[in-house]
Design a protein around this ligand. Sequence first.
Ligand SMILES: *Cc1c(COP(=O)(O)O)cnc(C)c1O
Length: 385
Amino acid sequence: MHQPVYLDYHATTPLDPRVLEAMLPFFGPRFGNAASRSHRYGWEAEKAVELARRRVAELAGAAAREIVFTSGATESDNLALKGAMEAYRSQGNHIVTMATEHKAVLDTVRRLERLGARATVLPPERDGLLDLDRLRGAIEPDTVLVSVMYANNEIGVIQPVREIGAICREKGVLFHCDAAQALGKVPIDVAACQADLMSFSAHKLYGPKGVGALYVGRRPPVRLAPQIDGGGHEWGMRSGTLNVPAIVGFGEACALAAREMDVEAARVSGLRDRLQARLQAELPEVYVNGALEHRLPGNLNMSFRGVDGEALLLSLPDVALSTGSACTSATVEPSFVLAALGVSRELAHSSLRFGLGRFTTEEEVDYAAGRVIEAVRKLRELAPV
Ligand SMILES: *Cc1c(COP(=O)(O)O)cnc(C)c1O
C-alpha cells in the first residue's frame, strides 16, 4: 500500500534529507555539551550552535545575539508573553491580541488573565486581516504588548505586520509576532516590521520537531523575565542544556530556506492555484476562506457546501489533510478561526485545509483534487441539501 499524499504542511513538514544529514554527526561523535568550556567536545558543539544561531538570525533579518533557542514556537510564545508581562509589570498590565491567533498565544493570554492581566482580543475582518484602526483604538495607556501572528496556520492569511509594528512603536508598546508559519515561506525582516519579539519553529520549515527560537530585539532592548530558571543558558532567558542536534538542523533548514525560498514559493503557489482552480471548476458552491491575495504560498482553505468536513476526511483515506489546526482537531467544534471570520457554522463544518510544500508534486495535487471532487460529489448525492 502506498503512503497517503501529504497535504498537511501547516501541521508539520517532512524533515529535509539535507537537514537530517547535517544533524547526524551530533547524535554520534559530536555529542558535546555546548556549555562545556574546558574541552574540544564542548567547543565543537558551541561552534555548531553559534553557526545555527547566525543562520536563523539571517533568515529573519536579526542579529545572532537576538536569537534565543527554545523547544518550539509554543514555548517561544509563552516566553514572549509571560516574560514581557512579568518584566513590564510596573508599566502596565494590558495585552492586545487577535481571535485568530494560535492557541499557544490565546491560551497563554487566558493564563495571564487568570493571573490578573487584562486582555483585549480583536476580531479579524471577514477576510482574516486585522483592521489597523481597530488596533489603534485598542491600545490603552497601560498596554504592554500587542501579539499578532505573521501568517495564520489555518487560513494562511498574512497580517500587515509592518503597519502593526509601526503602530506599536508609535504608541510605545511591545510588538510580539508568532511567525511559525511564515519563516522560510515569505521574506521576514524583524527591523522592517519593527518587531520586538518573534516566535519561530523548526518543524514548520523542514527542520526537526522540538526546537524553535524567540527573537528578542536589542534595538531598542526588550526585557524578559525567564520562565525556565537554571544554568543561565541563552543569556539567562532560557536555561537548559541546548538540544545541539536539533539546533544544528534548525540552522541548516534556515540556510536552505534562504537559498530556495523564492523559487520554492513560486512553484508551491503555482500548485496551490492549480488545486484551487480545479476544485472550483469542477464543483459548484465551494468557497475560499480568507484573503487570497495576502496568503502563504502553500495554503488553501475551502468550504464545500452541504458536506461535513469530518465525513469528507474519512472518505479521503489516501490524502493526508486536516479540517483545521491539528491542535483543535480532537474536538468536533468547527474551527474557531473560521468562526472569528464570520463563516457560518455550516460552512465552517464543511471546510478543508490544504497545506502544500517543498515535496508536493503536480501529480500529487492532481490526484488529491480528483479524490476530493469525487468524495464531495458522492457525499452531496447521499445527502442533498
Ligand atoms: C505550529 C505553530 C505553533 C506551535 O509550534 P511548535 O513548535 O509546534 O510548538 C505556534 N504558532 C503557530 C502559528 C504555529 O503554526
